[in-house]
Write a protein that binds this ligand. Structure first.
Ligand SMILES: [Zn+2]
Length: 290
C-alpha cells in the first residue's frame, strides 16, 4: 500500500489517497474504494480532509515483465478512481452528506463516468504504450474493443431493464402475494422481454439481488447510472475530454457536493438539463449521432 498526499492546483491540501494495487496473502479479492476518514467541516470551521483508500487486485509484475493490465483491470481502476475523486473533492459540512454518501442511484455516476475514458484514444495516448516497443495502441485496436463491447448490447440492456421491472414489481406489491411467482414474473417484465420465455425457468428464485444484498427496489440504479454517466460524458465529448471548464463544473456541481442537495438539482447545474437516454444509445451503437 502506497499513500499519496493530494493537493489542489493552488497548492491547498485535499486528501490522503492510499493505493493498494496487488494481491497478497490474506487480502480480500475484488476492487473497492473506502475511506479511513471522511471529510467534514467542524463547528470551528476546520475542514477535516478525507483519507481515501483505493484497493485493487491487479495482475502482478513478474521478474521480467512490468504489471501488464487487462482492459477490465484498467476499467475497474477508473471506476474505483471515480469513487475516490468523489471522496477526495468532498466539501460538505456534515460527514453523513459528504463525498460518496449520496443516494443509491447517484453513487455510481462518478465511478461509471470515469470508465468512459478507458476507450478514449486521447486518454490512452497519454500512457498506454507497448511495454517493449513504446508503440501507442492503434486506432484499429481501440475500434475493435468498442465494437466487441457493443456486441449484443441491446439484449443486455433489455435484460437489465427486465430485472429492474421485476424488482420494482415485488417492492410495489401492496398485498400479500398469493399467486404463483412464475406468472407474476412474466407479467412484471413483459415490456422488456422480446424472445420466447422458456417454460420452467424462473429468475426470481435465483436472483439474489432482489431479496438480499441491498438492492430492494433499487436494481434499476445500474441502468440509471449508465444513463447518467453516458449523458455526463457526452458533454465532455462535445467540449473535449480534457476540457478544464467542464471538469471544473463537474467537480463543483457534483463531486464536491455529496448529498447536500437533490441529485437532480446537482446534475442539472452541471449539465444544464436533465439527462436523456440519447448518449447511452449512441455509445452502445444503437443510434448514430447526426
Ligand atoms: Zn462502484
Amino acid at each position: 500500500m502506497k499513500p499519496y498526499e493530494v493537493y489542489d492546483k493552488d497548492g491547498s491540501y485535499l486528501a490522503v489517497l492510499y493505493v493498494d494495487f496487488f494481491p497478497r496473502k490474506g487480502k480480500r479479492a475484488g476492487a473497492w474504494m473506502t475511506e479511513y476518514q471522511g471529510q467534514r467541516i467542524t463547528k470551528e470551521g476546520k475542514n477535516i480532509r478525507p483519507h481515501v483508500s483505493l484497493v485493487m487486485n491487479f495482475s502482478k509484475p513478474t521478474e521480467d515483465k512490468p504489471a501488464l493490465l487487462r482492459l477490465g483491470e484498467v476499467t475497474t481502476f477508473l471506476h474505483e478512481f471515480g469513487h475516490s475523486l468523489h471522496g477526495i473533492f468532498a466539501n460538505s459540512r456534515f460527514e453523513s452528506q459528504s463525498g460518496t454518501n449520496v443516494w443509491w442511484d447517484f453513487v455510481e455516476l462518478p465511478s461509471q463516468f470515469m470508465e468512459n475514458f478507458a476507450v478514449e484514444k486521447d486518454f490512452l495516448r497519454t500512457f498506454a504504450f507497448h511495454y517493449e516497443t513504446g508503440e501507442p495502441m492503434s486506432d484499429e485496436l481501440i475500434e475493435k474493443i468498442i465494437a466487441s463491447q457493443n456486441f449484443n448490447v441491446a439484449m443486455a440492456c433489455l435484460r437489465q431493464v427486465s430485472f429492474g421491472l421485476l424488482d420494482m414489481a415485488y417492492y410495489t406489491q401492496q398485498e400479500d402475494l398469493k399467486e404463483d411467482i412464475i406468472p407474476f414474473e412474466k407479467k412484471a417484465w413483459e415490456k422488456a422481454i422480446i424472445g420466447e420465455q422458456i417454460d420452467g425457468t424462473c429468475m426470481t428464485t435465483q436472483f439474489s439481488h432482489i431479496m438480499s444484498g441491498g438492492y430492494a427496489a433499487g436494481y434499476y440504479s445500474y441502468k440509471w447510472a449508465e444513463v447518467l454517466d453516458a449523458d455526463a460524458f457526452s458533454l465532455f465529448k462535445k467540449n473535449g475530454i480534457f476540457d478544464q471548464a467542464t471538469a471544473q463544473s463537474f467537480r463543483d456541481n457534483v463531486l464536491s457536493k455529496g448529498s447536500t442537495e437533490h441529485p437532480m438539482v446537482l446534475y442539472k447545474r452541471f449539465r444544464g438539463q436533465e439527462p436523456t437516454i440519447d448518449a447511452l444509445l449512441e455509445r452502445n451503437g444503437i443510434t448514430k449521432s447526426n
